[in-house]
Design a binder for this molecule. Structure first.
Ligand SMILES: Cc1cc2nc3c(=O)[nH]c(=O)nc-3n(C[C@H](O)[C@H](O)[C@H](O)COP(=O)(O)OP(=O)(O)OC[C@H]3O[C@@H](n4cnc5c(N)ncnc54)[C@H](O)[C@@H]3O)c2cc1C
Ligand code: SF4
Length: 400
């Protein structure tokens, strides 16, 4: 960043008029004595490029590094627990964090905030994923997630351990917890990253779709630590287990504030719903499907393959399917072993939620549909003709 500097010695009524002409935002003011730039300025620098020579200059400000990056060490994964068990996204994050940690020769950490009965097996399990230290905050008050108490623990962790990076699952819990920690430490947080890299100077390269998925933005937090990001479930692959070498570090919680304005009245398990993120086989339906009857052929194919039906956004907007089944940027990320993509054009906002799938088969009547760029196999045809044929041949093959 830099700033505009006015050389008042060169300012005259004429130069003011010239500047008025080149400034598209009417930002110049002149009282006959002094020239000034008002709040309408958009920093377009037209006055520097096209204005009278030497009146306005642009001075680059030197980057002020307020932290010593070398003091911040360790890539950390926040361990989210779901019904007392480690959420699957945690393993995926550990796999990625380990890869990044090795690149800059930093340790891999995990932070777990839990009750005693939740800690023992879970903390040991984490050590099988290359974790050097599992930092445990243990108290019976930590049995259920409470944002105030978890925040106090994370604050203690950051102040004592000074990790360079903290990764959270892009779950409802991660998305509510991470911003509170980031705001307290006045540091950056990038939500829903789809890729992560790291520079030699420990800056985390956080990649995520921006402007409605039209560009992939690279976000780097150059001046503050810790760097923080949330990553959705199923973006990274779960790593293989390895022989543990790390240790469990029990943090002292006696001085940590456990007060909270949030009171847990009861804990009710949500009704079981199909979670498309977990499915191995998905039949995804797009705008080509207009009503329940159309969807019934997708359901028949999904049942035959032991899979689930999901959809693109227009079906949710039309009220045909719940947003729970929506794949994509504003829906869920899936990576099944097999996905049929039926009557879906393949907009980036859709494909960004499924292009990690092992096998993608697209059926579309438009031979130029974008989805064929992402598909491993493509069939050009009417889904309402092709799918019944497909069902028939699967049944014949199975002798049904
Ligand atoms: C900020 C933002 C976030 C978004 N998030 C998401 C998201 O999470 N998920 C998502 O899906 N979209 C999302 N969208 C919308 C996205 O841009 C597309 O508009 C959407 O994915 C289009 O859905 P579609 O492919 O089903 O419909 P269309 O683009 O209308 O495509 C329908 C396709 O069906 C084919 N077709 C029609 N009839 C038949 C037939 N009988 N047989 C075979 N093929 C047929 C057509 O050739 C066409 O390719 C988002 C948009 C924005 C701006
Ligand atoms: S930078 Fe652009 S908007 Fe600002 S004063 Fe110059 S010309 Fe006007």
């Amino acid at each position: 960043m830099g700033k505009l500097v006015i050389n008042q010695n060169f300012v005259t009524e004429e130069t003011f008029k010239e500047l008025q002409k080149v400034c598209p935002f009417g930002a110049f003011e002149y009282d006959g004595n002094e020239l000034s730039i008002n709040a309408s300025c958009r920093n377009c620098k037209q006055c520097v490029k096209r204005g009278p020579t030497g009146v306005i200059t642009y001075v680059e400000e030197k980057e002020v590094i307020t932290i010593n990056k070398n003091e911040w060490r360790g890539l950390t994964v926040y361990v989210e627990l779901e019904f007392g068990k480690i959420h699957a996204v945690v393993y995926e994050l550990l796999g990625k964090a380990k890869e990044l940690a090795e690149k800059i020769n930093h340790p891999l950490y995990a932070v777990m905030i839990a009750s005693k009965n939740q800690v023992d097996d879970n903390a040991k399990e984490l050590l099988y994923y290359g974790v050097d230290k599992v930092f445990v905050y243990q108290d019976d008050l930590y049995e259920f997630f409470n944002i105030d108490r978890s925040f106090e623990c994370m604050k203690d962790f950051v102040e004592k351990v000074k990790p360079t990076v903290i990764l959270y699952g892009g779950t409802s819990l991660g998305r509510s917890f991470a911003p509170k920690v980031a705001a307290y430490f006045k540091t950056g947080l990038t939500a829903d990253c789809t890729s992560l890299g790291i520079k030699d100077n420990t800056d985390l390269v956080q990649v995520r779709p921006a402007f409605g998925g039209n560009i992939m933005a690279q976000i780097i937090c150059t001046k503050t630590r810790p760097q923080m990001a949330t990553v959705r479930y199923k973006i990274f692959k779960k790593p293989e287990k390895e022989i543990p070498h790390g240790e469990i570090v029990y943090m002292n919680t006696s001085d940590i504030d456990k007060e909270s304005v949030v009171k847990l009245l009861s804990h009710v398990k949500k009704e079981f719903n199909v979670d498309i993120s977990e499915a191995d086989v998905i039949v995804a339906c797009g705008r080509a499907f207009k009503n329940e009857k159309d969807l019934s052929i997708a359901k028949e194919l999904a049942d035959l393959l032991g899979g689930v039906v999901a959809c693109s956004r227009p079906l949710c907007e039309a009220g045909l399917m719940s947003t729970r089944y929506q794949i994509g940027l504003s829906g869920k990320t899936v990576s099944p072993k097999l996905i049929f993509v039926l009557g879906i054009s393949g907009a980036i906002q859709f494909t960004s939620g499924m292009d990690n799938s092992d096998l993608i088969i697209a059926i579309n009547s438009d031979p130029n549909a974008q989805i064929f760029d992402s598909a491993h196999y493509g069939i050009v045809g009417d889904v309402f003709k092709v799918v019944p044929e497909l069902i028939k041949s699967i049944k014949e093959e199975r002798g049904e």
